[in-house]
Design a protein around this ligand. Sequence first.
Ligand SMILES: O=C(O)c1cc(=O)[nH]c(=O)n1[C@@H]1O[C@H](COP(=O)(O)O)[C@@H](O)[C@H]1O
Length: 234
Amino acid sequence: MSRPIIALDFGTMAQVKRFLKQFNEPLFVKVGMELYLQNGPGIIKEIRSMGHDIFLDLKLYDIPNTVARAMAGLGKLDVQMTNVHAQGGKTMMNHANEAFKSGNPEGTLIAVTQLTSMNDSNVKDEQKSILTLQESVKNYAMLAKQAGLDGVVSSPLESEMIHEHCGSDFLTITPGIRLNEDSKDDQVRVVTPAAAHRLGTDFIVVGRSVTQAAEPVEKYRMVKEMWESGDELS
Ligand SMILES: O=C(O)c1cc(=O)[nH]c(=O)n1[C@@H]1O[C@H](COP(=O)(O)O)[C@@H](O)[C@H]1O
């Protein structure tokens, strides 16, 4: 069972260190735009030197040449996972995959399908999609698979459907994780860690539920136990 991926959505390395110091085990962490763009690529080395695995979440989305060149740069960093936006298309994803893996052959490249902050009416009324949200996630997942990527980001609510159409080896990485007592904040397609397990997701991404908790280590253990067991503990 994979470890929960903890989103280090902090602005400074001082905050990151204060948070990570509380744990006496290596974590799988996510470095996103907030942290990376304000602190630069040096933080990757720093966090790796503390023993943690890294999902670098920059959601690249541009024309194929631009994304491939940026990905060639990210391929030189010691990260275990990174991502692009599936809306960039199959050619973009394919070029991104080749560029990233030429520097980091063991790395995992995934694509964001529909953000977990979106619901059916956003897809219909804002994106003017003739597909439902589920169908749109399926379409992007299949494009990512055809482009040679390792998996996609979605809500756990779509994991079963993605595995059904893209194969059980195709990874589902799923944010939108909340315990029943947590605030949903800006997330829409939300489930508990236990429900994510039961829905067959490969990885869960958890941010504020743990990072903003009064007792982050205790909350992490609760999330991990629910995720590993599939049992609701709260
Ligand atoms: O790519 C992501 O990681 C991502 C995709 C998505 O659809 N939804 C989503 O919430 N995320 C990220 O997952 C994390 C979720 O954080 P919390 O809502 O605090 O648990 C954030 O860092 C988001 O940037």
